[in-house]
Design a protein around this ligand. Structure first.
Ligand code: NAG
Ligand code: NAG
Ligand code: NAG
Length: 370
């Protein structure tokens, strides 16, 4: 046993050494928004370690820009819709999630959400058409002699492509709704008695009725996803392969799932050996802050600071909503850094500072001091 272990360790070590000497040839699946922002530093590190990185990039994207200077190579492919289509869809989704959802009943939210999921799947499949149905692109991918495919599975089709190219597949994922992909495709166990479904708002401490609700929540989400997501994908995959194919089974062929979280960040749950925690993989050592910002955060003393941002997609909110957020933030003892574009809200407190952009990565030094 021990001998076996050290032998395999030696073999691994040799493999690592040879591969770092030659460098792997890595193909990266297209993605969008924060998923792409998260992926980029990983690609930089792969290049630092001597690998070659090629990124499949759609001709239409909000965040992937082939004209941006970078150390990785882009492999562009054509899609048959315009940037305006994507922008309109994103705008609709944001409107829904920041404003409309608050005034809707559960049923209305559900119906609207289903509707948007359906649109989302159709858009995803149009992206996939750009790869699968383009002889030029498929030929280029085959001739690329890639060693592996790295993909964030939010855009489907990477598993199908990895199979066609005959190369291993590595996923990078934060989570899926009710962990549907991890559970049903990745075979990750999730006993409903103590693993709360993602987005159910439950914790690992549940009484009997909450456990029943958790169990039902998993089933309901699985039914929804089956109807709006998997059915469409199964149809597409079956057409491409020419034989009845389960897209979920294809997803299960991923060799490694890199999970962008950490064991102490989520509730305890069983994991499998090919699921690896990589939360914070995109973080870099903190650089010094600009002088005025350093002064501002230090002036908070023992209260610490709050960093407030609505993520990479929300660019503008209504004046009314901005005033509401500003007056809420004004009531807390901490100093607040708020990433906000737009006119300065009237109700902005003395403890809050707004800016177009905040150096989130460099601010983490503050947590470490706290
Ligand atoms: C994309 O479309 C342009 C313009 O029609 C064409 O020149 C180019 O070769 C296409 N690229 C691919 C990968 O098919
Ligand atoms: C379970 O917990 C919920 C939330 O705390 C509570 O509303 C409910 O009454 C509890 N049910 C039982 C059977 O104890
Ligand atoms: C944000 O800006 C876009 C484009 O200028 C506009 O269409 C949208 O209505 C704005 N949203 C809000 C909430 O003001």
């Amino acid at each position: 046993m021990e001998l076996g272990k050290s032998l395999s360790a030696t073999v691994l070590l040799i493999l690592c050494m040879t591969s770092s000497a030659n460098g792997g040839n890595i193909l990266v699946w297209y993605t969008e928004a924060s998923h792409w922002i998260n992926m980029k530093p990983v690609l930089e590190t792969l290049i630092d370690r001597g690998h070659q990185v090629t990124v499949l990039t759609p001709s239409v994207s909000l965040f992937m820009k082939t004209n941006e200077p970078s150390r990785f190579r882009y492999e562009p492919f054509n899609v048959s819709f315009s940037l305006e289509t994507i922008e309109a869809f994103m705008e609709e989704f944001l409107q829904f999630s920041i404003y409309e959802m608050n005034q809707m009943s559960y049923l209305q939210i559900y119906i609207r959400f289903m509707d948007m999921m359906k649109t989302n799947v159709q858009v995803s499949l149009k992206y996939l058409d750009g790869v699968m149905k383009s002889d030029t692109t498929m030929k280029k991918l085959k001739e690329g002699n890639y060693d592996l495919l790295l993909a964030d599975p939010i855009y489907p089709g990477s598993d199908l492509t990895a199979e066609i190219l005959g190369i291993p597949l590595i996923f990078s994922l934060r989570f899926s709704i009710a962990n549907n992909w991890e559970r049903l495709c990745g075979q990750l166990p999730a006993p409903p008695s103590f693993v709360p479904a993602a987005m159910s708002k439950l914790t690992d401490k549940m009484n009997f009725s909450e456990r029943v609700w958790n169990f039902v929540f998993y089933i309901l989400q699985d039914i929804v996803l089956d109807n709006v997501f998997w059915k469409e994908l199964d149809k597409y995959y079956s057409e491409v392969k020419g034989t009845p194919t389960s897209a979920c089974e294809m997803m299960s062929t991923a060799d490694i799932w890199l999970m962008r979280t950490y064991w102490d960040f989520d509730f305890p749950r069983p994991f499998l050996p090919n699921f690896k925690f990589v939360g914070g993989i995109h973080c870099r050592p903190a650089k010094p802050l600009p002088e005025d910002m350093e002064e501002f955060v230090q002036s908070s003393g023992n209260d610490g600071i709050v960093v407030f941002t609505l993520g990479s997609m929300v660019k503008n909110i209504t004046t009314e909503r901005a005033n509401m957020i500003a007056s809420a933030l004004a009531q807390i003892p901490q100093k607040v850094l708020w990433r906000y574009r737009g006119e300065k809200p009237k109700t902005l407190g003395a403890n809050t500072r707004i800016s177009d952009w905040i150096p989130q990565n460099d601010l983490k030094r503050m947590y470490l001091q706290a």
